[in-house]
Design a protein around this ligand. Structure first.
Ligand code: ADE
Ligand code: ZN
Length: 339
């Protein structure tokens, strides 16, 4: 059996479906933007920043992540941030990407919704023109904030339905179940936004049931804790609800103690459509290729299984059917090149 090498992963066409644009803020860019905008940072050097990136749970990370986002103020900042991520995606053979953004992280600091949105979408357009990378944008509600704040954010998004494809739910999970946002999601779906939600990262399997039955999500972000509930696994497999899993994130945030314990393969073997993604790559030590390689090595995945993961992401992408065909054709050509 041929082993999965870094070259095999690097050359494979990929789609990324779980990526927070604020989580792509590399320390170098953080310092550069802090200087450009006159924002003070609680770190002296890039080395200090990297040393601070040790987390024992999700909240530890979020505290630092929201701090970092303070350097993002202008449309140019959001453009630069997004284009830097897309450049890396291009270098890693990512053909399609679906990007989360958290408007409340910025509007709470007085940055206009349109400043965030216009900066990001200008970079997405540029990457499509220059590199042929297609994308979708998903606006997340911060679940630690209240329902009214989410309704206000949804109202701000309404004039921009042409640019924002879906709505999601992120931030501190435990104590903030999906049901808290049932009414906001109903309104968002009615307006045509496709719903997704983080569930079962730290929260229990019950939160995944809620995301399915009360938010009616088209896809689930993380979903690790589904393994605790065989009936839930069966439901995910039956309805082909994809999970956007994030191996290095799970390791860094202590969702798993060791990548060898990661549920990705067990779920895949039960027929669940699992995918590999990077979540917040600047904070967790790896972009797409590093995530694929780490999970392939830890779980001793075969080349066939890795190709299945890449295909799962194409199948679960929110793309047109013609684009989906291009993605699958690219993967088929890649497989044929090894025959
Ligand atoms: N926001 C950014 N990354 C996140 C994660 N892994 N879980 C919840 N919220 C997030
Ligand atoms: Zn996430």
């Amino acid at each position: 059996m041929q082993t999965v090498t870094p070259e095999f992963i690097a050359g494979m066409p990929k789609a990324e479906l779980h990526l927070h644009i604020e989580g792509t803020l590399e320390p170098d860019l953080m310092f550069y933007l802090a200087e450009r905008n006159g924002v003070s940072l609680p770190f002296e050097t890039v080395e200090d920043v990297r040393k601070a990136y040790h987390f024992s749970n999700l909240q530890d990370f979020l505290d630092i992540y929201y701090q970092g986002a303070r350097v993002l103020l202008t449309e140019d900042d959001f453009y630069d941030l997004t284009l830097e991520y897309l450049q890396r995606a291009y270098e890693q053979n990512v053909w399609h990407t679906e990007i989360f953004f958290d408007p409340q992280t910025h509007t709470e600091r007085g940055v206009a919704f349109e400043t965030v949105l216009n900066g990001i979408t200008a970079a997405l357009k540029q990457a499509d023109e220059d590199w042929g990378i297609t994308s979708r944008l998903i606006m997340c509600f911060l679940r630690h904030l209240d329902e009214q704040a989410a309704f206000d954010t949804l109202a701000q998004a309404m004039p921009h339905r042409d640019k924002i494809y879906g709505v999601g739910l992120d931030s501190s999970e435990v104590g903030h179940p999906p049901s808290k946002f049932e009414r906001v999601f109903a309104k968002a779906r009615e307006a045509g936004f496709v719903p997704v939600a983080h569930a079962g990262e730290e929260g229990p399997a019950e939160y995944i049931w809620e995301a399915l039955d009360r938010l009616h999500v088209a896809r689930l972000d993380h979903g690790n804790r589904a393994v605790d509930d065989p009936a839930l696994v069966e439901r995910l497999a039956q309805d082909q609800i994809a999970l956007t899993m994030c191996p290095l994130s799970n390791l860094k945030l202590c969702v798993v103690k060791d990548l060898k314990d990661h549920p990705l393969r067990r779920l895949m073997q039960k027929g669940v459509r699992v995918t590999v993604n990077s979540d917040d790559p600047a904070y967790f030590g790896g972009y797409m290729n590093e995530n694929y390689l780490a999970i392939a090595r830890a779980l001793e995945l075969t080349r066939g299984e890795v190709l299945t993961l890449a295909g799962n992401a194409f199948a679960a992408s929110f793309v047109s059917e013609s684009r989906r065909k291009e993605l699958f054709d690219g993967l088929a050509r890649y497989v044929a090149s090894f025959a």
